[in-house]
Structures are given as structure tokens and as C-alpha cells.
Design a protein around this ligand. Structure first.
Ligand code: MSP
Length: 656
């Protein structure tokens, strides 16, 4: 089976930003996934180098358009290298091979009597490289995009787009999965139903582009040139078999900004040239930067290189693919990325891998035990969930829902975490119950292997370390989906080596302004009152306390985590105290003595998820060591209530 996925080719009039990185990362995850599934994948990305927009930017910079294209195209290529994108081809529209394919497509359109010469008089927006009708502009701008428009009047070749209104309507109605998500298909269908105007496809007033075949005066409209990249990439009109193998494309991933070009013009051009339309176009949403639309004038583009430098690649991929349902708009918020990294990647997956592999190393000398088809309810559940997770991920990837694939993956990892908590391998080890210890650790290790394989397309680096920790020598082979055809693939005797921390916790950097303010304040007080520093500090702490405020840093000094109560029992001779053991996401649960016996029976506490302060100095209470404090509130009638969390929150998750 083959699978062809493409990204748009990016304009070379500027440097890459988050939007470009986003589409390419999602396409990369798809390409990796289908490779894991055993498909022969072709993944293409590249740069769109012709057109008025590029010519004007080059003029502004005082260089030739070709120089501008060379400079910026190599920036995109470099970015994709840094992002470890696994494309098979990086295409440039200034390549000779592309020139030939475009010329052939136009000649075929001509032969099909779909092109005629006329005069164009209308509006054009060079930043969109798009023509607009009177009804689509307001105050000199395109309503849809806000781009400035200019009046153009010149001789032009036209493509008979109107002829394709009916065939396209029929195509989308008969093939709903050819255009996703549904909302975009409906939009395109409504547009098609409104009727199509023929399209001007050549210009005579600038020259940075491919010449119109047979009329050198004209330069081809950049979208005819750009869209054709998708078939140049698979060697259209050559006899090497690649075109027949990969075309029609399985999925053109695009942003919703370029929907009409892809969903209306492109299939019409192909039909006119006697070629098949793509199998699918998927238009995703738009990213905002901390709530704001990114624009040149605001200078708030999230630079893709900076993102690649600031965050581990897996974390960036995870955040972008998990944060928004694919297709919807998203809002890039650094604090959210950090939160997802800390509580989902580090606390859930990282913690699971770290403690399970360490236990296997310590309790079983790092040798994987044998798989047994045990009948314990919780073991059966893990085996069932593994298979269900695999199948759900396959279905979500087919439906182009990477966010859901990640959601089920994380849920499975969370379940494995709980399985470890409940099964308490550390206690089994202590009791010398080796048989059960081996069964439990096998299920946990094999479950982790499934997380590694099923998460590999999204988190390639972390899962590679994970799989190596489970003995994989060749990660590509170890990540094949065929290795998770049934539970129990991890071989007895495999050497288990805990990897280095998979996901480090991240912190929000101090805002530049905040630091400067603090410095300014410090300087001011220094000048005013040099000799009295200590007094001053005391005073300002006092003032802070009086005002009832503390800094964020002071709050963050207190570590509060979700704790799962594993055991609870009364302490003899004490009415008020209970002895608890609480799992706060560490290798061993903590003993905690809590003064809550008047409000709770011990059995009501077991399995509850509560809030625990974990960095208080350990205390001796009633002769027993206590390594944490529970958070509780008093009811109006003097009883205590605990802050509780549902099962959706894994033990060890930080509360902030
Ligand atoms: N050159 C054309 C595409 C030709 S394809 C035959 C073009 N290039 S572009 O450089 O402007 O890139 C557009 C694509 O970049 C969008 O379709 C989308 O894939 C991505 N994004 C650009 N900005 C974006 C956001 N703010 N958010 C998400 N993706 C966006 O149009």
C-alpha cells in the first residue's frame, strides 16, 4: 500500500514561522505513522518561489528574485532539518523539472479548449496572490483576508473554471472524505453552488514566473504553477512508474487560508488536463499567538527556529497536535505548553517509564520476565486496553484526528500508571511474591512498549529512548505496528535499561519586563536607603504580608501534588490520627500521619486522590515518621473535608 502526503509549498518572501512548522509537523506525524503501518510513503514539502509577491520583496531587498528564493528556501530546508522532518522530497518551483510539468499541464488544458485570451479588469491582492470580485472587497482590502488590493487591467489568458462547477459539486457530494473537515466541505460546496467565474491565469505586467506556453509575453498565474508541484513531485509525464504509484495524493494538508485554491482550482486544473483529482484535502485551522493574530505589522510571528530552540521537539509536536482538535483554530500559549509537558508528558508517560523500568532493574536484575496470559482482572483489563488503544489510534489517524490519537494514548499511559499503583510491585517485592511481581512488571513493561510504538509518530525522540530501554536495537523495526499485533511481544530475558529522564519539567521563563522592574526597584531602594538594607527587607516582607500578596515564586516554593491513598489505618491509642501510605508519583509511596480520624473512617480514604504538600520537612508524630501534609478544609459543623481529585488526574501531578 502507498501513502502520499503533502504540505503546501511555502512562499519564500519571508522566514518560516509557527504556521509553516505546524502543517509540516502534522504531515510528518502522518508520514511516520503510515510508515510504521507498513505503507510505502511519499511525503513532500517545499517552497513556492514565483509570483508578484516574491518579485516585490526581492526588489525591496535589492536582490534578484532568484537570490531571495535561494536564501529563504534554504531557511525552510534548514528548519525542517532542525525539526527532524522526514520528508522524501523538498521541491522548489524554480526547478527545471517543475517547469516542464507546468508547461505540459497548460498545453493539455489548451488542447481541451479550456483556455482563451481576453482582458482582465479587476482587483488583485499580491499578498494572497488572488483575484477578488467587487463583492469581495471593502475599503481597498479583501474582506476574507484583509490584504490590500490593487486594480489590474491587462490582457490575460483565462481558464474555463465555470465549466467545472458541476463536475466538482458531483465529486464532493459523492466523495465526502475528499474534503475535510466537514465544515470546510460545506463551505466549498456553498461556494460552488454560487457559480464559478472563469479564472485569469496569466499576467503581462511582471515577469517572475513560468512563461505561458506559446506566448512569451505572458507569465503564468502563480497558483497554476504552485499547485502543479504536487504532481511534479511524483514525476508526472515520465515513464518511471512513480506517478502511477503515488497519484492521486492521499492527503494534501493545507491551512484553511488556501482552501479555495486547493479545493476548487486544483481539481479543476487536473480534470482539464485529463488527470485524477487528489483523494483528499484536509484544511486545518489557524494559530494565534497568545490570543493575537500574527501579522507583519504587529511583528508577532512566532519564529519557527526560536520554537525549535526553546522546546524539546517532542514537546512542541505534542503540544501543537494535542492542544487543538485538528481543523480548529488554536491559540499558542506558552504556559499551556509547559503545563501539558509537565502534567501529561513528564508526570504521566515519563513517570510511568522511569519508575517501571527502574523497578524491573532493581527487583528483577533488569531481565524481562516471561509473558503469562494471567486471569487477574486488572491484567486482563490492561491487555484489552492496549488493543483498544491501538485500534482507536488507527481509526483516528484514518479520520485525520491526531489530537484524539494522542488523547487515547495518554489515557492508556494513565491507566498503566494506575495499574502500577494498585498492583504495588514494591510491596510484592518486599513480600517475596516473585511470581506476581513478575506478572505485574511484565504487563507494565509490555504496556509501556505499546505506548512507545503507538506514540512513535508523535514523540519520535522520547519513544526511541523508551524502546531502546526495552532492548530495541533497531528503533525503526521496533516501532513497526506489526510488533503490536498482540499483547505479549516483549521477549523474556530482554535487558531492561531505564533511559535518562524522558521529559524534563519546564518552567515559565521570567518575563523580561518583570526582571527589569525588579532590578529597577532594587536600585531605587539601594539609593534611598543604603545603610538600612535589612530593615528595609523586613519591612517590605511585612508590607507584602500585610497586603496579603506573595510573589509567584514564593507560591511555587510550596510543592503540592496529587496523592493516591493506598492504605489507611487507625493508630492505636490515638483518636485523631490515621496512618496513611500515599502514592505521590514517586517510586515508593510515602508514610503520612494525618489528624483526620474524627472525620473519616480509614476504608473511606483508600483509593481517594487528594492534595498533599510534599516538600515540608518530614516530622515525627506519635513516634511515627510523616512525609507530607494533606490539605483539608473544615465544614461549618467542625468536620474535615479533603481536597479531592477524580481518576483523570494521575498521582504525582503537581497542583498549582
Ligand atoms: N505558497 C502558498 C501555498 C501554495 S501550495 C500549492 C502559501 N504559502 S504560505 O507560505 O503563505 O503558507 C501557507 C500555509 O502555511 C498555510 O496554508 C498553513 O499550512 C501554514 N500557515 C501559515 N500561517 C499559519 C497560521 N497562523 N496557523 C497555521 N498555519 C498557517 O500560501
Amino acid at each position: 500500500m502507498t501513502f502520499y502526503v503533502s504540505t503546501p509549498i511555502y512562499y519564500v518572501n519571508g522566514a518560516p514561522h509557527i504556521g509553516h512548522a505546524y502543517t509540516t509537523m502534522v504531515a510528518d506525524a502522518m508520514a511516520r505513522y503510515y510508515r510504521q503501518a507498513g505503507h510505502d510513503v511519499f511525503f513532500q514539502t517545499g517552497t513556492d518561489e514565483h509570483g508578484l509577491k516574491v518579485q516585490r520583496e526581492a526588489e525591496k531587498q535589492g536582490i534578484t528574485p532568484q537570490q531571495l528564493a535561494d536564501n529563504n528556501s534554504s531557511l525552510f530546508a534548514k528548519l525542517f532539518e532542525e525539526l527532524e522532518i522526514t520528508h522524501d522530497r523538498f521541491i522548489r518551483t524554480t526547478e527545471e523539472a517543475h517547469h516542464k510539468v507546468v508547461t505540459e499541464v497548460v498545453n493539455r488544458m489548451k488542447a481541451n479548449d479550456d483556455i482563451y485570451l481576453d482582458r482582465y479588469a479587476g482587483w488583485y491582492a499580491s499578498s494572497d496572490e488572488a483575484f477578488y470580485g467587487e463583492d469581495e472587497i471593502e475599503d481597498g482590502k479583501a474582506i476574507a483576508t484583509g490584504a490590500n488590493v490593487e486594480w489590474v487591467e491587462e490582457e490575460s489568458y483565462f481558464f474555463r473554471l465555470s465549466k467545472y462547477q458541476e463536475p466538482l459539486l458531483k465529486y464532493y457530494k459523492e466523495n465526502p472524505s475528499a474534503l475535510l473537515p466537514d465544515v470546510r466541505r460545506n463551505e466549498v460546496i456553498a461556494f460552488l453552488e454560487g457559480g464559478l467565474r472563469d479564472l485569469s491565469i496569466s499576467r503581462t505586467t511582471f515577469d517572475w514566473g513560468i512563461r505561458f506556453p506559446g506566448d512569451e509575453k505572458h507569465v503564468l498565474y502563480v497558483w497554476v504553477d504552485a499547485l502543479t508541484n504536487y504532481i511534479t513531485g511524483v514525476d508526472a509525464f515520465q515513464d518511471n512508474g512513480r506517478y502511477d504509484k503515488f497519484w492521486p495524493c492521499d492527503c494534501h494538508l493545507i491551512g484553511k487560508d488556501i482552501l479555495r485554491f486547493h479545493a476548487v482550482y486544483w481539481p479543476a486544473f487536473l480534470l482539464s488536463a485529463g488527470l485524477e483529482p487528489p483523494k483528499q484535502i484536509f484544511a486545518h485551522g489557524w494559530w494565534l499567538n497568545e490570543g493575537e493574530k500574527m501579522s507583519k505589522s504587529k511583528g508577532n510571528f512566532l519564529d519557527a527556529f526560536a520554537l525549535a530552540k526553546d522546546y524539546p521537539l517532542d514537546v512542541l509536536r505534542y503540544y501543537l497536535m494535542r492542544e487543538v482538535p485538528f481543523g480548529n483554530d488554536g491559540n499558542f500559549v506558552q504556559a499551556r505548553l509547559i503545563e501539558r509537558n509537565n502534567s501529561e508528558l513528564a508526570d504521566n508517560v515519563g513517570n510511568l517509564v522511569n519508575r517501571t523500568l527502574k523497578m524491573a532493574q532493581r527487583f528483577l536484575s533488569g531481565a524481562c520476565p516471561a509473558f503469562e496470559e494471567t486471569s487477574a482482572e486488572e491484567d486482563v483489563a490492561i491487555r484489552k486496553q492496549a488493543v483498544e488503544t491501538r485500534d482507536a489510534i488507527a481509526a483516528h489517524m484514518e479520520a485525520r484526528e491526531p489530537h484524539k490519537a494522542l488523547e487515547v494514548l495518554m489515557a492508556f499511559s494513565g491507566n498503566l500508571n494506575q495499574y502500577v499503583h494498585h498492583s504495588q510491585p514494591w510491596a510484592l517485592n518486599k513480600q517475596g511474591n516473585t511470581e506476581r511481581l513478575k506478572q505485574v512488571l511484565y504487563h507494565a513493561l509490555e504496556g509501556i512498549r505499546w505506548v512507545g510504538v503507538l506514540g512513535h509518530a508523535f514523540l519520535p525522540n522520547a519513544t526511541s529512548h523508551l524502546l531502546k530501554g526495552l532492548g530495541a536495537e533497531d528503533v525503526v523495526a521496533a516501532a513497526a505496528l506489526s510488533t503490536v499485533d498482540k499483547f505479549g511481544g516483549l521477549q523474556e530475558g530482554t535487558t531492561i535499561t531505564p533511559p535518562d529522564v524522558l521529559f524534563h519539567k519546564l518552567e515559565l521563563p521570567k518575563e523580561e519586563g518583570e526582571e527589569q522592574e525588579q532590578e529597577k526597584e532594587a536600585k531605587k531602594s539601594n539609593k534611598k536607603d543604603k545603610g538600612n538594607k535589612k530593615e528595609k527587607e523586613k519591612k517590605s516582607e511585612g508590607e507584602e504580608a500585610k497586603a496579603g500578596v506573595i510573589t509567584y515564586d514564593r507560591f511555587m516554593d510550596v510543592e503540592i501534588h496529587v496523592g493516591l491513598i493506598l492504605t489507611a489505618e487507625n493508630i492505636k491509642k490515638s483518636d485523631k490520627l490515621l496512618q496513611l501510605t500515599v502514592d505521590v508519583g514517586e517510586e515508593n509511596p510515602r508514610p503520612i500521619v494525618a489528624g483526620i480520624a474524627l472525620s473519616f473512617a480509614p476504608e473511606d480514604l483508600v483509593n481517594q486522590r487528594i492534595a498533599v504538600v510534599t516538600n515540608l520537612k518530614p516530622a515525627k508524630i506519635f513516634g511515627r515518621r510523616s512525609e507530607g501534609m494533606l490539605l483539608a478544609a473544615e465544614t461549618t459543623d467542625g468536620k474535615l473535608e479533603l481536597a479531592r481529585y477524580s481518576e483523570a488526574v494521575a498521582p504525582g501531578t503537581r497542583i498549582r
